[in-house]
Ligand binder design. Structure first.
Ligand code: NAP
Ligand code: MG
Length: 401
């Protein structure tokens, strides 16, 4: 066959460790033989981030802004141990954090479902996509201890420093205790709402957003009101697409999600999203089957796997031992990006290729060929699962592709 042509490049962000090894193999085995791949390549591997004083991360994010679609490999976020392991000049910030700040985006996590890999919640037949508002609240809070006898106030000042409002938080006359002050910004909440509604339209799924506005009347009430206001802009398009938006209380949302069959976008405030994304991911089985996309309010997309660089497998690989690392989420990062690029460019052949690669990946697993992490999760009548090494799994997909 003639290779599928691309009109506009993808922004390619390479990464670290085992996922860097998989990255190259996915390209060599599943993409380059079929697509005349055009990418603008940025090496976000820790060595190169260190060499460039981390400017490469910023440049890659700016390129994502320019071209609109990026695909990213998992990267190391340095800690003390990585400082010495890689002999770093500085403890560079999380690349994902840097990219998110520049794109001002929301992260959507969606499980990749296969027959035979059952959810721990048997009713969940379709993906539950979780969107976490990744700004503010308790993650940007200040807190203090309060001594017995102290009073704590919430005080507002205007630009000139004149007090405009004061509220007593608590009078600690009886006992010592703790206090906390947190904030969020209308602009950030609005961006979050736009990202959620845009994603739902793209994927044609319903949206649930929940807070605790019966208790937190002003704070959570503001989230509710902004979502309502933003939704007014999308209402007609939602009706046309046959999807719905529901606002409810967080307790009610949890109950609805557990009872649902999935197929919904669950928009969560920062803390709810932190906790619930781990619950949803775990319930669907494996980290290797969770994909992730950062969507900016002005419609830029960055696709990646939700998992990290799978360090333990990389050290095995370095020792020359065989690995069986799940590449599905990284393959889906590529297919997500290729599909989106194809949609934006009106390139049907590219969209079709990406869909076929996803189908081939899923049927490989459904027919019993998979990596080691999935073996204990797999149960399908008449199919005996077979564990393949990292490369053989990709070759098994290629055979079907
Ligand atoms: P991790 O790389 O996700 O791995 C945690 C464990 O989960 C692995 O050791 C493995 O378990 C299992 N696992 C995850 N992905 C798998 C896959 N594709 N196939 C098979 N098993 C898989 O998380 P981590 O160990 O906490 O972090 C490692 C590095 O990744 C850190 O340097 C961190 O900074 C970075 N990280 C990056 C991102 C990102 O770029 N988005 C996200 C998270 C972490 P077994 O070892 O039991 O097989
Ligand atoms: Mg968490």
């Amino acid at each position: 066959m003639a290779k599928i042509q691309m009109n506009t490049p993808l922004v390619e962000m390479d990464g670290d460790e085992m996922t860097r090894i998989l990255w190259q193999k996915i390209k060599d085995i599943l993409i380059l033989p079929y697509v005349d791949l055009k990418t603008e390549y940025y090496d976000l591997g820790l060595v190169h981030r260190d060499e460039t004083g981390d400017t490469v991360t910023v440049e890659s994010a700016l390129a994502a802004k320019k071209y609109g679609v990026a695909v990213k490999c998992a990267t190391i976020t340095p800690n003390v141990q990585r400082m010495s392991e890689y002999n770093l000049h500085e403890m560079w910030k999380s690349p994902n954090g840097t990219i998110r700040r520049i794109l001002d985006g929301t992260v959507f996590r969606a499980p990749i479902l296969c027959k035979g890999i059952r959810s721990y919640v048997p009713g969940w037949k379709k993906p539950i996509v979780l969107a976490r508002h990744a700004y503010g609240d308790v993650y940007a809070a200040v807190d203090m201890l309060a001594e017995q006898g102290e009073k704590v106030y919430l005080v507002k000042e205007d630009k000139e420093g004149r007090e405009t409002a004061r509220k007593l938080v608590h009078d600690f006359n009886g006992t010592s205790g703790v206090v906390q002050g947190m904030h969020n910004m209308d602009e950030s909440i609005r961006s979050f709402a736009h990202s959620c509604f845009r994603y739902a339209l793209d994927e044609k799924i319903d949206v649930i957003f929940a807070t605790k506005d019966t208790i937190s009347k002003v704070y959570d009430g503001r989230f509710k009101a902004i979502f309502e206001e933003v939704f007014a802009e999308y209402k007609a398009r939602f009706e046309e697409a046959g999807i719905s938006y529901l606002y409810t209380l967080i307790d009610d949302a949890v109950a609805r999600i557990v009872r649902s069959e999935g197929g919904v976008l669950w928009a969560c405030k920062n803390y709810d999203g932190d906790v619930m994304s781990d619950m949803v991911a775990t319930a669907y089985g494996s980290l290797g089957m969770m994909s992730s996309v950062l969507v900016s309010p002005d419609g830029k997309y960055e696709y990646e796997a939700a998992h990290g660089t799978v360090t333990r497998h990389y050290y095995k690989h370095l020792k020359g031992e065989e690995t069986s690392t799940n590449s599905v989420a990284t393959i889906f990062a590529w297919t997500g990006a290729l599909k989106k690029r194809g949609e934006l460019d009106g390139n049907a052949a590219l969209v079709d290729f990406a869909q076929k690669l996803e189908n081939a990946t899923i049927s490989t697993i459904e027919e019993g060929e998979m990596t080691g992490d999935l073996i204990p999760l797999f149960a399908r009548e008449g199919v005996t699962p077979r564990k393949l090494n990292s490369e053989d799994f990709l070759l098994a997909i290629q055979k079907r592709l």
